[in-house]
Design a protein around this ligand. Sequence first.
Ligand SMILES: Cc1cc2nc3c(=O)[nH]c(=O)nc-3n(C[C@H](O)[C@H](O)[C@H](O)COP(=O)(O)O)c2cc1C
Length: 441
Amino acid sequence: MKSKASQTISTDLRGFLRLLEKHKRLRVVQRPVDIRNIPYEVLRSERKGKAILFKGIKGYQGALVSNLLGGREFVALALGCSPEETLREYVRRMNHPVKPVILSRGPSQEVIRTKNKMDARLLPALTHCEKDAGPYITAGIAIARDPETQIRNVSINRIQITGPQELLINIPQHLGHIQAKAEAMGKPLEVAVAIGNHPVELITACSKAPFGSDEFELSGGLRESPLELVSCKSISLQVPARAEIILEGEIPPHTKKEEGPFGDFMGYYVPATKSHVFQLKTITHRRGFIFQAIRAGSVEDGHLLSLSREAVIYSALIEKEIQVESVSLHTMLFNCFVSIRKKHEDEPGAVISTAFDAYPWLKYCVVVDHDVDIFDARDVWWAVGTRSCPERGTVLIEDSPGFYRDPYRLHQSKLGIDATAPLGQWNEFERTRIPEPSRKK
Ligand SMILES: Cc1cc2nc3c(=O)[nH]c(=O)nc-3n(C[C@H](O)[C@H](O)[C@H](O)COP(=O)(O)O)c2cc1C
């Protein structure tokens, strides 16, 4: 049953774009543009807090959309709740997965391209950063099944387009684990990549669900209704019926090629590395498809990666009966702000240690009172400046493992800051307010 907080979630990307338009959060570029100028235009749009839709790209097929989740309000719109409810709703709904349903046909297969009609280079994939090795698909959800258990995995992985039917896919996490199992059996791994999805599918593809969870069931949970799938044309997988584009193919065993460099989520280039070949078999798409692009390190990327990690920290704190208002990793995935309604003076310390235990990549954790806006870094720094005492209110944890790619050992220690006001002194720490304007004429 749908909760009071949730409104009906649109079924696909097109529905979400209509919603953004209604909320004046979509900029539409009607004239055909040069693909090389798109990353800059997307960045401008990100700064203005708007998603952007390019109706035409010179020399390419289809339209292109980016910055779909360019703000917290966008995530709330995607989930059909208010920004304040987003984290709570995410946690609640992710705990109630709903199995997908399989339809006999769907718009994602309106056009079917095989053999010489199939060329991945015709997709308007972007070279997002100056030194990227070439065009990358960055908003495709990769779907595969564990060859042992048949359980589905869905994840976003960067995919470099290197030829008409050859792509390179970076799979260090669950998908890599599944591929290694197939390789050990001497088998190729069937993979489908769906591009142009409703944000719910992107959010669940980025979830921190344990290995062996079916992210499409989590999509159903977030939607509070089943996700609609169709069967692929050339492989034995099911894909979202209303996605814009589907790439069907396989990862052959023992076949890697040089991929990258690539501008990553931290805002640095990851050097060229050996990645798996993804061999294309079929492309299906909607008529007049919309390609989606996400720049790693963008606001949108940050929202996708942070929500599930915020949820992990939030749930751990709730379990300890801490009255958490919210959790934010929005400045950078390694920095966490937590707002609480403090009940005793030891609580901020407990929040800090719980957050570090729950999410080991975390490097800094600042705890503030409920009256501080943790989605505004200035407000958090105001609280640090006016309510913390470096001598008493900081926790330094040495030799504590953090983010794994760390040749200079920058991420192997942690710092917590208690920036909450002393208990019982609320009168002295009441924030000044400007009086409301008088409504009398
Ligand atoms: C734009 C974007 C690009 C990403 N690229 C990769 C990638 O290339 N490799 C990777 O392991 N994770 C990548 N991720 C993060 C994963 O999608 C995310 O960690 C997900 O939870 C992994 O799924 P899994 O837990 O099923 O392995 C990317 C996320 C986004 C939003």
